[in-house]
Design a protein around this ligand. Structure first.
Ligand code: NAI
Length: 296
């Protein structure tokens, strides 16, 4: 099966690894050459780590790498049976890419979006054949997280839904059907986890320090006492502040400005400052080499 992945950032590179491991032929496309190089280098490191842990051998590494080609032109994606788009969380930009792709690919090629919050119906609406469009929402890091939400739009055909559902299962993932509602299942439930943590920080309380130490205090409470695996600030840094902020804004708007989902100025300012989290070396915490992580 020929798979095309659009966007070789955090999600696109992980999804490419999943599909390549399942022996699909994957073409990974990005408008930025350096993003493709980064994806290729990071896959090499990930596979070397798996070899060190004894999970795969050199032959398996070569097989996975051999299944992925890195392409710099959308035209190269002409032979895809299934395309998964994982680019910036912006409806207009996503629609532009899907429309261009429709002129390149065969009529029954499936087009999917990994969007976290945009409506699949609105993405599909830009296509001449919207019944081929669907949401396939992976979680970060895609190779490790078993759950994948499959989101049919009102336009999606039953045939396309069934095909996608079995493809994702054959990639050793747990597929669940989700409704095309803002944030689908997990992102909707998770919104207050981030939003309330930000609100607690902004409101402050006796003894809560400003900045990193304050974030670390809230994270510590959630992990040590609440038994969450990651604190909300660590998790936001892991996801990417830009991506997470945009998702919050979209969910807030889509729920007719329900105050439960109101975005935070702290998060907005951090995203504007380029404090995007792990991927930029600085988020709520500093990830620069040699920097010590704050303690509560
Ligand atoms: P990212 O910022 O890490 O990567 C996006 C990539 O898309 C970049 O390499 C960029 O150069 C490329 N790109 C931008 N416009 C493009 C275009 N027109 N054509 C081709 N490539 C283009 O973003 P990330 O985190 O991978 O998110 C991508 C999508 O996945 C978003 O829709 C996001 O909401 C969704 N998502 C993100 C998750 C996360 O935890 N980061 C989890 C699940 C879904």
């Amino acid at each position: 099966m020929h798979i095309a992945i659009i966007g070789s950032g955090t999600m696109g590179s992980g999804i490419a690894q999943v599909a390549a491991t399942a022996n699909c032929k994957v073409k990974l496309y990005d408008t930025k050459k350096e993003a493709l190089e980064k994806a290729s280098n990071s896959l090499d490191k990930i596979l070397n780590r798996l070899i060190e842990k004894g999970r795969i051998d050199e032959v398996e590494k070569k097989r996975i790498q051999g299944n992925i080609s890195y392409v710099e032109s959308l035209q190269d994606l002409h032979d895809a049976d299934l395309t998964i788009e994982a680019i910036v969380e912006n409806l207009q930009v996503k629609q532009n890419v899907f429309q261009e792709l429709e002129g390149i690919q065969k009529k029954d090629a499936i087009m999917a979006s990994n969007t976290s919050s945009l409506s699949i119906a609105s993405i599909a609406s830009c296509l001449k054949n919207p019944e081929r469009c669907i949401g396939i929402h992976f979680f970060n890091p895609a190779p490790l997280m078993p759950l994948v939400e499959i989101i049919p739009a009102v336009q999606t055909s039953v045939k396309v839904f069934n095909q996608v559902f079995s493809i994702i299962q054959s990639w050793d993932k747990v597929a669940v059907k989700a409704k095309d509602t803002p944030g689908f299942i997990v992102n909707r439930v998770a919104r207050p986890f981030y939003g309330e943590a930000l609100r607690i920080y902004e409101e402050g309380f006796e003894g809560l320090p400003e900045g990193e130490k304050g974030f670390a205090t809230i994270d510590w409470a959630m992990k040590s006492i609440g038994k969450f695996r990651m604190g909300p600030f660590e998790l936001m840094d892991f996801i990417g502040n830009d991506v997470n902020y945009t998702v919050t804004e979209t969910v807030f708007t889509a729920f007719y400005f329900d105050p439960r989902y109101k975005p935070s100025f702290t998060q907005k300012r951090y995203a504007e400052a380029g404090y995007l989290g792990r991927k930029s070396g600085r988020g709520y915490y500093n990830y620069a080499e040699g920097a010590e992580k704050a303690n509560p």
